[in-house]
Design a protein around this ligand. Structure first.
Ligand code: ATP
Ligand code: MG
Length: 354
């Protein structure tokens, strides 16, 4: 039986994860597939109970699972702890231990939410793209040095990639494009960076294995512009760590609310991790105000990417769309015409629509 480790975490984490787990159980009822679902401590609650943001029991359970569903970690209660004891340390620990080298962030606009956006309807209507960001290499992990010179401090951050690291993320880009509209945009800065020139070569080499995929290369500065000029041109974007960090946040804004966006982190091992892109939102925790849709949509991603349950995944996405079309909104999405519902009510509505 496929195993899912559920890590609710802190702040709104437990509330939104509870709704997502209900959706998962509904999928079990509808499809007849069964999962072993167990909850473990992570983040601040884990610090309170065990003194460690990522207890050994949690890590072991994750390593033995097929998928991890994470809520969010952190909050003001733990802000004064030293760095290696902070709740956020658990996230880095999980990425490293599970070898999650990629982060996938789909960005899809819902027609019924377009009026709530600050962007022009004709630009964002029908956007359905996915940014794949390399997560464990590049300048964030390169060698750093600081020295004192006659011109003051001289500081260096180095950007390093091996062909192997590039190839595995690029291959994931092509594989993912094959499951979507078969269009891949590889983003780099090959007119300036040596690493980007090798990146491009690797992309060209891997492309030979995917003749059905329509490939294009785009420079990162142009991509940043194209994302707000004409985002509908994109299907899958694949890029290195820092470019992906920036572009995925930019792309996220196309949909309007942080409470709508799921993500997946996929690695070299079988286990993948799914979580909403937002944080623990301590300002609204425990009040039934949190939007559970990002976490519910993360479950949809899990079904598709970890378990190949494409139909069930779409069933969740369609249910979300139906509920939004019917005018129901949590407070973060509300306009004057919306029917405002709580976290729990939103979860129930999605389940009914399924
Ligand atoms: P982190 O550092 O963990 O990313 P953050 O401080 O950047 O956290 P979030 O916790 O994501 O930010 O919260 C940012 C704002 O968005 C807050 O005002 C929060 O209430 C709101 N928010 C985040 N997630 C949701 C959600 N699911 N539903 C409603 N509002 C949310
Ligand atoms: Mg944040």
């Amino acid at each position: 039986m496929p195993k899912i480790a559920v890590l609710p975490g802190d702040g709104i984490g437990p509330e939104i994860v509870a709704e997502a787990v209900k959706v998962l159980k509904t999928i079990e009822e509808i499809s007849g597939v069964h999962f072993e679902i167990d909850e473990y401590l992570v983040g601040g609650v884990a610090i309170d109970e065990t003194g460690n943001p990522l207890p050994a029991e949690t890590l072991e359970a994750c390593l033995e699972s097929d998928a991890v569903l994470l809520g969010a970690v952190g909050g003001p209660k733990w802000d004064d702890l030293p760095g290696n004891l902070r709740p956020e340390k658990a996230l880095l620990g999980l990425r490293k231990e599970l070898q999650l080298f990629s982060n996938l962030r789909p960005v899809k606009t819902y027609d019924s939410l377009i009026s709530a956006s600050t962007l022009k309807p004709e630009v964002i209507q029908g956007v359905d793209l996915l940014v794949i960001r390399e997560l464990t290499g590049g300048i964030y992990f390169g060698e750093k040095s600081t020295e004192i010179t006659e011109n003051g401090i001289k500081v260096t951050d180095s950007l390093t990639y091996t062909e192997k690291e590039i190839e595995r993320i690029v291959r994931l880009g092509f594989e993912t494009a094959m499951k979507r509209r078969k269009k891949l945009t590889s983003v780099d800065k090959a007119n300036v960076l040596e690493s980007s020139r090798v990146w491009r070569k690797v992309v060209e080499k891997v492309a030979a294995d995917y003749p059905e995929v329509e490939l294009s290369h785009m420079l990162v500065d142009n991509c940043a512009m194209q994302l707000v000029r004409y985002p509908k041109q994109f299907d899958v974007i694949v890029t290195e760590n820092m470019f992906g960090d920036i572009l995925s946040d930019e792309a996220a804004m196309l949909t309007g609310s942080i409470g709508m966006l799921p993500s997946a982190s996929i690695g070299t091992e079988k286990v993948a991790m799914y979580e909403p892109i937002h944080g623990s939102a301590p300002d609204i925790a425990g009040q039934g105000l949190a939007n559970p849709l990002a976490t519910i949509l993360s479950v949809a991603m899990m079904l598709k990417y970890s378990f190949n349950l494409n139909q069930e995944s779409e069933q969740i996405e369609q249910a979300v769309q139906k509920v939004l079309d019917a005018g129901y909104r949590t407070k973060d999405l509300a306009t004057t015409e919306s029917k405002i519902v709580s976290t729990k009510e939103m979860g129930e509505l999605v389940i009914q629509a399924m």
